[in-house]
Design a protein around this ligand. Structure first.
Ligand code: AP5
Ligand code: MG
Length: 255
C-alpha cells in the first residue's frame, strides 16, 4: 500500500486483470458536489493502478488530524499551511484558498506513485488553480497532457446523493443509504467499521457548495473544453456503467 493512499487496498480486491498496459497520464474528474467523483476515482484507480488525489479528502484528513493516513496532510499541518479560516470556509461549503490546495497538489505530485498517471478528484476548482496546474505540468517536462472528464447529474439526484452519503473512515468506501446501502444498516460491508456522515452533507451547505460550483468551477470546465482533451459523461447511470464511460472517454482522448 502506498503511503497516504490507503484506498489502494482496493487494488488487491478487484476481480480480473488491471488494465495496466494503458498509460493514463493525468486525469481530471470534474463535476458538482455528489456527482460521483470519489466513487469513480476509486474505480479508475482499481482499473488502471493509478492513485486518486482528492483535495477534499486531504483537507478532511488535516481537519480531523487523521495524519496516519496521509503524509501530505501531516506535512502541511506541520508547515502551518492550514488556517482556521479555511476550516470555517469548508464547513460553510465555500472553497478554501487556491494557495493551500495548490501546495497540497504540488506536494502529492512529488510522490513516485504518480509516475504513470493520477486522478485529480475535485481539483482544479477555480481558474487560478487550473492555470497553476497547466503551468506546473508544462514546467515538469515531457509528461502526458491533462485529459478532463466532467460528470453530469441533475440537481435533485445530487441532493439525494449528498444527504444519503455515508463513508467508511477505515477503507474510505462510499455508500448511500438511499441509492447504494451497506448490507447492515450502519457499518461497512468490508471491515464492519461504523460509517460516518460528512459534516457538510446537509441540504443548506449543499446549496452553498452548488453556488460555489456554478460561480467558480463552471468556468474551469469551459477552460478545458477550449483546450480540447475534454469529455462529458452522464453520471446518472449505475456506478459500473459510469466507470466504463469514463474509461472509454479517456482512452479515446489519449488516442
Ligand atoms: P470535496 O470533498 O471535493 O466535495 P465535493 O466536490 O462537494 O464532492 P463530493 O465529495 O461531495 O462528491 P463526489 O463527486 O465525490 O461524490 P461521491 O462519489 O462521494 O470538497 C469538500 C470541500 O473541500 C469543498 O466544499 C471545499 O471547501 C474544499 N475543497 C476541496 N477541493 C478544493 C479545491 N480544489 N479548491 C478549494 N476548495 C476545495 O458520491 C456521492 C454519493 O452518491 C455517495 O453516496 C455515492 O454512493 C452516491 N453515488 C455515486 N455514484 C452513484 C451512481 N452512479 N448511482 C447512485 N449513487 C451514486
Ligand atoms: Mg468526493
Amino acid at each position: 500500500m502506498v503511503a497516504g493512499q490507503p484506498e489502494l487496498a482496493f487494488l488487491n480486491e478487484m476481480p480480473g486483470e488491471l488494465r495496466t498496459a494503458f498509460l493514463p497520464g493525468p486525469v481530471l474528474l470534474l463535476g458538482a458536489p455528489g456527482v460521483g467523483k470519489g466513487t469513480q476515482a476509486k474505480a479508475i484507480m482499481a482499473a488502471w493502478g493509478i492513485p486518486q488525489i482528492s483535495t477534499g479528502d486531504i483537507l478532511r484528513e488535516i481537519r480531523n488530524r487523521d495524519l496516519q493516513s496521509s503524509v501530505i496532510a501531516d506535512r502541511l499541518l506541520r508547515e502551518g499551511k492550514l488556517h482556521e479560516n479555511d476550516l470555517a470556509r469548508m464547513a460553510a461549503g465555500k472553497l478554501v484558498s487556491d494557495a493551500l490546495v495548490n501546495d497540497m497538489v504540488a506536494a502529492r505530485l512529488e510522490e513516485p506513485d504518480t509516475v504513470r498517471g493520477y486522478i485529480l478528484d475535485g481539483f482544479p476548482r477555480t481558474l487560478v488553480q487550473a492555470d497553476w496546474l497547466d503551468a506546473q505540468l508544462a514546467s515538469s517536462g515531457n509528461g502526458l497532457p491533462v485529459v478532463a472528464v466532467s460528470l453530469r447529474v441533475n440537481e435533485r439526484q445530487l441532493l439525494l446523493r449528498i444527504t444519503g452519503r455515508r463513508s467508511c473512515p477505515t477503507c474510505k468506501r462510499i455508500y448511500n443509504v438511499y441509492l447504494k446501502p451497506p448490507v447492515a444498516d450502519t457499518v461497512c460491508d468490508f471491515d464492519q467499521t461504523v460509517l460516518e456522515q460528512r459534516a457538510d452533507d446537509t441540504e443548506a451547505v449543499f446549496a452553498e457548495r452548488m453556488r460555489a460550483y456554478a460561480e467558480q468551477t463552471a468556468p474551469v470546465l469551459e477552460h478545458y473544453r477550449t483546450l480540447g482533451r475534454f469529455a462529458e459523461v452522464d453520471g446518472d447511470a449505475t456506478v459500473e456503467a459510469v466507470t466504463e464511460s469514463i474509461l472509454a472517454a479517456v482512452e479515446h482522448l489519449r488516442d
